[in-house]
Design a protein around this ligand. Structure first.
Ligand code: SF4
Ligand SMILES: [Zn+2]
Length: 358
């Protein structure tokens, strides 16, 4: 597969301006982080091809995404959480894993069946997590059922995945595809790869019986609510049609600090999606041959996906219910007066970055 280099992707593809703005925004961050502590760890439950499982989610603190250092994606503030100055050593990463195991031992009755590891970048990029650490982590969790590791498609190689599959683990790669539409991915998200690269990564994973979980971004900047809605519906259908992509996770955009989305939001040029849009997408794509889930972060707040303030918790509850049961009838049980406002927004909002309502 092609070797990613932010510089090469940036050159001549119209990304220079986006990247320049984002490098400037990100340079304002001033916090540093301890390389021996994970960024976050929590227990939850997740829908998998083998049913709902107790999960341990780990966000490892690595050197951070190399694309983010070049400028990165318009909505992504994760680079602001990564360790200053680059890479994290094997021992420090294993210390982070130990902190997560301790957290699990203290808070869960039993070890989780499902382990999910994100790095705010690519776990399979050996500049973030080297081969020795990858193998050691695979061994540490070898007695679990399933593992998910996050990666950009460029780094998905069957040999790397075999570290996990050889332990007998059901293995999935979480890929931040964001949208199936190349134009939207390039121009609104500022992500450099193509849908074809995602398809290649799915085939590569499938070659060793691993699977793919696609992460999609509901409402990137510069799209109106209705454009975002249509783009998401068609993206889910296209992803579900790719072999080995068995799960799709739709992330509604939330406004993170030190991002271009934050600048737009601050200047009245961006509103996160309505939760009605999230519900509408899930309801209307419930027939696809894949698990489709969404976990709206920051729901109900101005910076997260929200409706009117009255019904946000109710709609969020229906979404979480749908995640576990995949039953679209959960949405017929929620309603609110603000649905009318959302419908007007769908009809009237244009993509000149002018939200009609806060
Ligand atoms: S969204 Fe992923 S690829 Fe984009 S800057 Fe953030 S970590 Fe990097
Ligand atoms: Zn409402």
């Amino acid at each position: 597969m092609s070797q990613p280099s932010p510089e090469v992707y940036e050159r001549g593809k119209g990304m220079d301006a986006h990247n320049q703005v984002m490098r400037e925004i990100r340079s304002r961050k001033d916090r540093t982080y301890d390389p021996h502590e994970p960024t976050r760890v929590w227990l939850d439950e997740d829908n998998t091809p083998d049913g709902v499982k107790q999960s341990l989610t780990i966000i490892l603190n690595t050197g951070g995404c190399r694309w983010a250092r070049a400028g990165g994606c318009t909505m992504c503030g994760y680079v602001a959480e990564s360790v200053e100055g680059g890479s994290v050593a094997h021992e420090a990463l294993m210390d982070q894993i130990q902190v997560c195991l301790d957290h699990e031992a203290e808070n869960a009755d039993d070890p989780a069946d499902l382990i999910k590891i994100y790095t705010s970048g690519s776990f399979l990029d050996e500049r973030e997590v080297d081969a020795e650490t990858r193998a050691a982590i695979a061994e540490t969790f070898g007695d679990r059922e399933r593992i998910v590791v996050e990666s950009l498609p460029d780094f998905v190689e069957r040999e790397k995945l075999e570290d996990f599959t050889s332990q007998g683990l059901e293995t999935d790669v979480a890929i931040g595809l964001e949208t199936a539409t190349d134009r939207v991915r390039h121009d609104c998200v500022n992500k450099y790869f193509d849908f074809a690269d995602f398809e290649d990564a799915c085939a590569e994973a499938g070659a060793v019986d691993a699977g793919v979980k696609a992460y999609l971004l509901m409402k990137p900047p510069f799209l109106s609510e209705s454009e975002a809605l249509e783009d998401m519906k068609s993206s889910i259908r296209r992803c579900a049609g790719v072999d080995h992509c068995h799960t799709i996770s739709m992330n509604p955009t939330n406004v993170q600090r030190y991002t271009m989305v934050d600048e737009l939001y601050f200047n009245g040029g961006y509103r996160p999606p309505w939760l009605w849009s999230v519900a509408d997408v899930l309801e209307s794509t419930a027939d696809v041959d894949a698990i489709v889930v969404s976990d709206p972060v920051g729901h109900g707040s101005d910076r997260g996906p929200h409706n009117c303030g009255e019904c946000d918790d109710l709609v969020q509850k229906a979404i979480k219910d749908f995640d576990l049961r995949q039953d679209p009838s959960v949405f017929s049980q929620v309603s609110c007066e603000c649905e009318g406002a959302w419908e007007v927004v769908l009809e009237e909002e244009t993509s000149y970055s002018m939200p009609l309502a806060r």
